[in-house]
Ligand binder design. Sequence first.
Ligand code: TYD
Ligand code: MG
Length: 464
Amino acid sequence: MAKFKSKWVCQNCGYESFSYLGKCPECGRFSTFVEEIVQEKVEVKSKNSSMNIGSGFSSGYSKITEVKLDKSIRISSGMEEFDRVLGGGFVEGSLCLLAGDPGIGKSTLILQTAKNISNQDKKILYICAEESTSQVKLRANRLGADSDNIYVTQQNCLEEIIGQIDDLKPDFLVVDSIQSVYSAQILSSTGSVSQIRECTNIIMRIAKQYNITTVIIGHVTKEGNIAGPKVLEHMVDCVLNFEGEKYKTTRILRGIKNRFGAVSEVGVFNMEDSGLIEIKNPSELFLSDRENITTSGSTVIPVLEGTRCLLLEVQALTGSSPYPNPRRVARGVEYDRLLQILAVLEKRVGLNLSRQDVYINVIGGINIQEPVADLGTALAVLTSARDCVINHETVCLGEIGLNGEIRSVDNLEIRLKEAQKLGFTRAIIPKILNKTVRGRIEKINIELFEVSKITDAIKFALGV
Ligand code: TYD
Ligand code: MG
């Protein structure tokens, strides 16, 4: 007979304890522990099939020199933007987690993908664990995703799901969403860390053993984490985040982990009535609202997202603060980075912001993770504070050090080429020390202002 025991599990990171803890020692969050009853040994089996769920990996060991390379076959999602984030399409038999806020468009993206994959003569099984099949059918009609190769089932019991997979033997499996799937063998409630972890584990084993390419959809909690996130992330081959602002139509697909390709690639889409439309040149979209008569507090920065360069507008607004502690709001740039930039402006440039609120916003809803945005952010703040403008055909690049020095930037050539392509004629950049880099950059038709200090950059930017 199976033995039961009770344990307390942090619902944020999966940390386990024998007693209740107010604060999780692993992730530091408060009040995240929930009691879960678990069996000592869980054996999940299909109710109506003899499907053998092994470890999913071949046994035995061999010399690395004798290991035969698998021919990893890629299945195209039918969308260039999606394929690039995946590193060239889904790898056959891989397990991918698609995470995002509820309502952002995860089901839409995957249904469109399913339609494209069904055109490649592949069988798809779509597990609707949180919607009815007629709701999915309605969406499919809207997206033109009616296909005889797409099978849908309204099911959230893992044991039943396994039976259906065994019966249909699909090439591509979608589980929408993992938080709604439960195994009858696990006593904790649906959506708990134990359920999510075990169900994903079983699905992973099936995917590997039967070579079924699988996408698991996962919702994100309020704090921006996938519920039970850390426990899922290390299990799957690929983690994709689908992001966007609630009241805007732009959606960004970002690779967080990819065992078969580069991470930090992004794909950009627009949510329209007929579904998600790929945006092949996002810089144009992000800069389209920009006025030609420049206003103060605006700069453009060429940022690398994976292998692609995006031109992003950074806006800053400063004004005298009604609060005892002036506000600093950073949307799209790191908060700590903003504080550092303000400190440098104060100390090295003499800009007094101690009684001023500072707001930063990056247009397009993209979070800039590279420090190359420092100079653009600093110049946006400065021009807003002094109410002056920078020539609107200028891009700025450079990391700012604590002494006000401008540090070098990699992949300068790609960034400047993209800027030139979009009609920018001037670039404020760090001093180029490498001769080969200089040779290549001088061929680009863009006027360069090389600076080594923030004060020099300000002189060039304001033309003084
Ligand atoms: P959905 O894919 O259901 O989101 P998720 O699975 O992430 O919860 O998308 C829901 C939103 O997308 C909903 O607000 C309506 C919108 N939408 C469109 O704008 N166009 C479309 O063609 C579809 C199918 C959805
Ligand atoms: Mg959905």
